[in-house]
Design a protein around this ligand. Structure first.
Ligand SMILES: [Fe+2]
Length: 274
């Protein structure tokens, strides 16, 4: 089965690369390689990143470094080091996949763009994180309206080194495959407030582990500001909390530990018959 995916050549006008033909061609070139991989999984794409892409990567990682040092969960910081993520070099997805597989039996596979949520979560159910390989437009290193490689590699991939987090992701993914529409919306919301925007209390201090925070030098300080209500983790409350994709988050949830996240999610999914 193949994922339902958006046409990669269509870029909304608010995309910083919408009017840059060279960027659009490049983005499509990289996305096409991921499509070829879907047809033939022996063709894991290796990308020779150009100077602009290397500069964008460098700028984002340089700006994120002090924020990570101050606000990122220790689990994330350890994993980032284990995966050898540095500002100097854009890693190849196949290398990250090999490292992640050795560390925690989780893999990374390339994808050409946004896919439907059941397919995306379903991949997590097979312990695979699907990731784009193209980068955001170089004019706006601080912003991307779509998931790009920086969001996925810097934000998401390190967290799968943690056993409880990886198990939680796998469990959500397996449940998503059997879920009704309503249940899928609940799973998506739980994913949003944990995997994307989750906070954790470590030795009494609130830290970030959500990819939407860890990969954004705008959203990260906002998450710790007085403009955000930080609530204790509760699956029941999370699934009733609305959120807007395109705005800075107003409410975030703080988990006490990854093992509690995993156990509470398990209880919820069992109650739902998933
Ligand atoms: Fe994400």
């Amino acid at each position: 089965m193949k994922p339902t995916k958006k046409d990669i050549t269509l870029l909304s006008l608010d995309h910083p690369g919408a009017n840059d033909l060279t960027y659009r061609k490049r983005r499509k070139f990289i996305a096409d390689k991921a499509d070829a991989f879907l047809e033939n999984p022996t063709l894991f794409p290796r990308i020779r990143y150009n100077k602009k892409e290397r500069e964008t990567w460098h700028t984002v990682l340089k700006n994120l470094a002090p924020l990570h040092a101050h606000h990122a969960s220790s689990t994330y910081l350890d994993a980032k080091e284990k995966l050898k993520l540095t500002k100097q070099e854009i890693p190849q997805l196949y290398e990250l996949s090999e490292r992640l597989q050795k560390l925690n039996n989780f893999q990374v596979e390339p994808i050409g763009g946004l896919v439907d949520v059941r397919w995306f979560l379903g991949s997590l159910g097979r312990r695979i994180m699907i990731s784009t390989q193209y980068l955001r437009h170089h004019s706006r290193p601080d912003y991307t309206p779509e998931p790009d490689m920086i969001h996925e590699v810097v934000g998401h991939i390190p967290m799968f080194v943690n056993q409880d987090f990886a198990h939680f992701s796998e469990r959500l993914g397996k449940a998503a495959l059997k879920a009704s529409k309503q249940q899928l919306r609940h799973i998506e919301t739980l994913y949003w407030f944990t995997v994307e925007f989750g906070l954790i209390k470590e030795r009494g201090v609130v830290k970030a582990f959500g990819a939407g925070l860890l990969s954004s030098f705008g959203e990260m300080p906002h998450a710790f500001s007085k403009h955000v209500t930080r609530k204790p983790f509760s699956v029941e409350e999370i699934i009733k909390t609305p959120y807007v994709y395109t705005e800075m988050q107003k409410t975030l949830f703080v988990i006490p530990s990854f093992s509690v996240l995993q156990k509470e999610t398990e209880k919820f999914l069992r109650r739902e018959g998933l």
